[in-house]
Design a protein around this ligand. Structure first.
Ligand code: NAD
Ligand code: UFG
Length: 337
């Protein structure tokens, strides 16, 4: 089986490819390297002792897509390619809609042309907005507050209409909660381009001495310690979820949607403590104002993925912190180092 992975040089893509290769699949990657490095794929090849076929190009380009589908016997596509910064999406909404929404439409057109109709799509828990209750079920109403979230929700609508129009499409929409951690080798991991927006890479950069201190955005939320609570999921668990989703597509389910989270919420300070334990240092932090747009708490009910995919997260918060630290301490400058 050959799996076509868009955005495969990125954080979640590279970890998923390791699992695919170790499971005996062939992998073809398309990535424009706008937020990643080819070095990640080289390291994936070292980890697995297997090779990846790489095309540098854009999902917005139908010519390269048609070429890939004609040159390989592709059975399924995992579509990671997308832009993911909430703040940037507010400033550059057209770029986000073009890349994330148009990019997916162009990809699906090329898939239809090649008669490849199995797709796993990277959606996000952001589509739930500020949920009325917790834990979050897939049936909860969707409601987004920024162009990034809108782009994910728009793609979900496009894919729903596509599956309704043609029953030969099989599509798994995976709504990721908060992916963190790194491969146990410490050789691949999250490598933000700039100042990290997300909590774990920021903590890791404080621990390694690249940043002075963490700003904790708010300590007056209605949570166990007042700081924001999220459902952090180890990226290797998330990666394995994609393999389970591919198995599901083989049963012709049509369009299916799953929460990919642990079901457990941890606060910002819980994550700081876990990281301190992993790295053996204290993490300097200060409490600052809430970050606009943040919600108090968000965590999944992941039972649907367990019962229908046979998937559940197994890594603990300590595994998340230890693997992040191994990656960060071995690669203080990410792939550039
Ligand atoms: P990432 O930025 O590390 O990976 C995305 C990859 O896609 C990068 O390698 C980038 O170069 C590539 N890419 C972007 N636009 C492209 C285009 N037009 N053509 C070809 N390649 C393109 O991000 P990630 O964390 O690995 O996220 C993967 C997917 O999961 C994204 O769609 C993201 O929105 C989604 N997601 C991520 C998170 C998270 O917190 N990391 C949470 C929920 C959903
Ligand atoms: N936080 C801090 N300081 C920081 C960064 C984050 O205190 O420097 C706090 C936030 O306020 C929040 C928690 O840490 O309480 C997690 O914040 P992240 O930015 O790591 O993650 P978010 O839950 O805000 O958003 C992430 C992705 C979104 C995605 C969402 C759900 O960035 O793209 O998870 O999947 F939509």
């Amino acid at each position: 089986m050959t799996i076509f992975v868009t955005g495969g040089a990125g954080y979640i893509g590279s970890h998923t490819i390791v699992e695919l290769l170790e499971n005996g699949q062939q992998v073809v990657v398309l990535d424009n390297l706008s937020n990643s490095s080819k070095e990640a794929l080289r390291r994936v090849e070292v980890i697995t002792s297997k090779s990846v076929t790489f095309y540098q190009g854009d999902v917005l380009d139908p010519i390269i897509l048609n070429k890939i589908f004609s040159e390989h016997d592709i059975t399924s596509v995992i579509h990671f390619a997308g832009l993911k910064s909430v703040g940037e999406s507010v400033v550059q909404p057209l770029r986000y809609y073009e890349n994330n929404v148009t990019g997916t439409v162009v990809l699906c057109q090329a898939m239809a042309k090649a008669n490849v109709k199995n797709l796993v799509f990277s959606s996000s828990a952001t589509v739930y907005g500020d949920p009325a209750s917790l834990p979050i079920l897939e049936s909860f109403p969707t409601d987004t507050t920024n162009p990034y979230g809108q782009s994910k929700l728009m793609v979900e609508h496009v894919l729903t209409d596509l599956a309704a129009s043609d029953s030969s499409w099989n599509i798994a929409v995976l709504r990721y909660f908060n992916p963190v951690g790194a491969h146990a080798s410490g050789t691949i991991g999250e490598d933000p381009n700039d100042i990290p927006n997300n909590l774990m890479p920021f903590i890791a950069q404080v621990a390694v001495g690249k940043r002075d201190k963490l700003n904790v955005f708010g300590s007056d939320y209605d949570t166990h310690d007042g700081t924001g609570v999220r459902d952090y999921i180890h990226v290797v668990d998330l990666a394995i979820g994609h393999l389970k989703a591919l198995d599901k597509l083989a049963t012709n389910p049509g369009l299916v949607t799953y929460n990919i989270g642990t079901g457990v919420g941890y606060s910002v300070l819980d994550m700081v403590k876990a990281f301190e334990k992993a790295c053996g240092k204290s993490i300097a932090y200060q409490i600052v104002d809430r970050r606009p747009g943040d919600i108090a708490a968000c965590y999944a009910n992941p039972k649907k993925a367990k019962s229908e995919l046979g998937w559940a997260a197994i890594h603990t918060i300590d595994d998340m912190a230890q693997s992040s630290w191994l990656w960060q301490s071995n690669n203080p400058n990410g792939y550039e180092g």
